[in-house]
Every structure is written in structure tokens, then in C-alpha cells.
Design a protein around this ligand. Structure first.
Ligand code: COA
Length: 293
């Protein structure tokens, strides 16, 4: 049973927003669309109320800075980034980030629907009813794998350079940081990429941080302000700094029903070194023990 209240906005507002988003989706589906030109045009119109050509004539520095070909993202400076894949998603991340700075992006009635459209063209995978509130940051975007009914709240950092999986029904609260890369303590440039996995129905609560390679199993919970540097078993509640699992949820339906566990979600992927100067570690493919093992 949902606990959210359905809200309707004025009909003309809804119709106009729907039309804008349908048109955006259509343009992004068209392989002939030049993404950088589309994005600079949309930003000129939505942020400055004039066409890109008009803005270029009046304020060239402002206009040129809207074009994704004239800006850089932090990810582009790292060896770990697949530059070809990033180039594909970069204009859309620039659109997402800039619209978050405008009244349009700060309006959930428009912003959530917009991010749902963009996620479909940025993420590796996104399921039904993805709900992302404002001011969320990604490292590269293309390494996000998101299931159905996933929610991400405000001011979250999703460092997906090594991969982040968010399985069905997972939720990530305000000001959470989830990482998927680490640096050697001895050598800063020795970067290891490790996928981080958030299981089905798991809840990552506000202001907590998850280090690379952690697995939060199905129906587990990370308490507020916790620092997770490992795994949480199914139904576990981990708290503290570093986080330790001190309690387990007890559910009447045991391991079945909507909170049932599926051990396929808890797999650690192989680790990968980002800098060829440092050798790859021995590949590992480990798994948490299942609830009945
Ligand atoms: C994990 C959590 C649910 C525990 O709440 P609770 O069951 O009411 O726990 P209690 O307040 O009864 O505390 C139980 C014990 O855990 C400790 N504890 C509770 N929260 C803690 C935290 N975040 N970090 C460290 N210890 C914590 C308490 O100090 C207490 O320890 P004690 O037994 O030694 O005295 C809560 O801390 C939390 O993180 N809530 C997040 C809220 C949420 O759902 N956010 C998502 C919204 S989108």
C-alpha cells in the first residue's frame, strides 16, 4: 500500500509539461538528433527565454557555456572513464544538471518526469517509475543500473564510475554518498573500480556513506550517518562508523512476499584497476551467504 499522496497540478501546466517531455523523448529517440545542439537550444530557451542564436549575439560567453562541447565534467579528467561512452551521455547530464538550477528542475511535478526521460538515455538500465528528486549528481551516469520503483532523494552523490546497481524498490535518502572507486593509501593514482550493489527494497537512509564494493542485501537498511565499508546481510540493519549490523528486521512473511530476498543481487563483481601503471588484482567473484546457508 502506498503512503504517498497523489497531487494534481493545473491542467494547462500538466498539458504543457507533457508536451515538452514527449517532444524531448521523440528528439532523443531520433538517431539524427545532434544532442549538443539540442541541449544548448533547450538551455538557452529555458534559462534565458531566447533562442541559442539570439543569446549568442547578446551574451556569447553565456551562450557558448551552454554548449556541452565547450564544458568539461570532472569524470573526463580520469583514466577510469570510458571517454566514448561518456561523450554520448555528456550533453544529457549537462541538461539534467543545469535544469536542476532552474525553477523547472526545482518543481518535482516537472523535474521527476524529466529525469525519468533522461535516465532512459543515460543509464545502462532503468526500470519502471524511477523517481529522482532534485540535485542528484552522477560521476558518469552510463554505469547506473536501476530496477523498478527506485527512489533517489535530494542532494545524493552517485559515483557510478565503477558501477552502481539499485535493485527494485531500493531507496536512497537525502545527502547520501555512494561510491564505486577507491584509491590506494600508498599511491593516490592507484585507483580500483568496484561495483556497489543496493539490493531489492533496501533503504540507504539520510547522510550515510557507502564505500566502493559494498553490497547492501535485499531488505537491508543502513542507518542515518553510517559509514558502510563492507556488506549488510538480508534484512540486516547496520549503523555506526564504521557500520556494523546490530539488528535484523523480523517480518511475518519471512523471506517471501514483497520483501523476499534474491541472492542473485548480492554478487560482488570483479575489481578493475583504472590506471595501467598498476596491475589488476586477481579476479574475484564472491557472494554473501544466503539467509539459509
Ligand atoms: C536505524 C534506525 C531506524 C534506528 O532507529 P530505532 O529502531 O528507533 O533505534 P533506537 O533509537 O531505538 O536505537 C537503538 C540503538 O541503536 C542506536 N542507534 C540508533 N540509530 C543509530 C544511528 N543512526 N547510528 C548509530 N547508532 C544508532 C541507539 O543509540 C541505540 O543504541 P543502544 O541500544 O546502545 O542505546 C534510525 O537510526 C535511522 O537511521 N533512521 C533513518 C530514518 C529513515 O528511515 N530515513 C529514510 C527516510 S527517506
Amino acid at each position: 500500500m502506498t503512503w504517498l499522496i497523489p497531487i494534481n497540478i493545473a491542467e494547462d501546466g500538466q498539458a504543457t509539461f507533457d508536451h515538452f517531455l514527449t517532444d524531448l523523448q521523440r528528439q532523443l529517440q531520433d538517431p539524427n538528433t545532434h544532442r549538443a545542439e539540442l541541449v544548448r537550444e533547450l538551455l538557452a530557451q529555458t534559462m534565458y527565454g531566447r533562442t541559442y542564436a539570439e543569446l549568442l549575439g547578446h551574451l556569447p560567453v553565456v551562450a557558448l557555456n551552454l554548449d556541452p562541447r565547450n564544458i568539461t565534467f570532472e569524470a573526463e579528467y580520469y583514466m577510469a572513464t570510458d571517454q566514448t561512452r561518456f561523450a554520448q551521455v555528456k550533453p544529457l547530464l549537462w541538461l539534467w544538471k543545469n535544469l536542476d538550477l532552474t525553477p523547472l528542475g526545482q518543481n518535482p511535478a516537472f523535474g521527476i518526469a524529466l529525469r525519468r526521460v533522461l535516465a532512459g538515455f543515460i543509464f545502462k538500465k532503468v526500470g519502471k517509475n524511477f523517481k529522482c528528486w532534485q540535485n542528484v549528481e552522477f560521476s558518469v551516469g552510463y554505469n547506473m543500473e536501476v530496477g523498478d520503483e527506485v527512489v533517489i532523494h535530494r542532494h545524493v552523490l552517485l559515483d557510478d564510475i565503477g558501477g552502481i546497481e539499485l535493485h527494485d524498490g531500493a531507496s536512497v535518502s537525502d545527502y547520501v554518498n555512494i561510491y564505486s572507486h577507491t584509491h590506494s593509501v600508498i599511491d593516490g593514482p592507484d585507483v580500483t573500480l568496484k561495483k556497489t550493489v543496493i539490493g531489492r527494497g533496501a533503504r540507504i537512509t539520510y547522510h550515510s556513506t557507502i564505500l566502493a564494493g559494498s553490497v547492501v542485501s535485499d531488505d537491508a537498511m543502513l542507518a542515518t550517518h553510517a559509514l558502510l565499508r563492507g556488506d549488510i546481510a538480508p534484512h540486516g540493519i547496520a549503523m555506526g562508523l564504521p557500520a556494523r549490523t546490530t539488528r535484523y528486521k523480523s517480518r511475518d512473511d519471512g523471506a517471501s512476499g514483497p520483501y523476499g530476498v534474491d541472492s542473485r543481487h548480492w554478487t560482488h563483481g570483479p575489481e578493475r584497476k583504472a590506471n595501467p601503471q598498476f596491475p589488476d588484482p586477481t579476479p574475484t567473484q564472491t557472494r554473501l551467504p544466503s539467509a539459509d546457508e
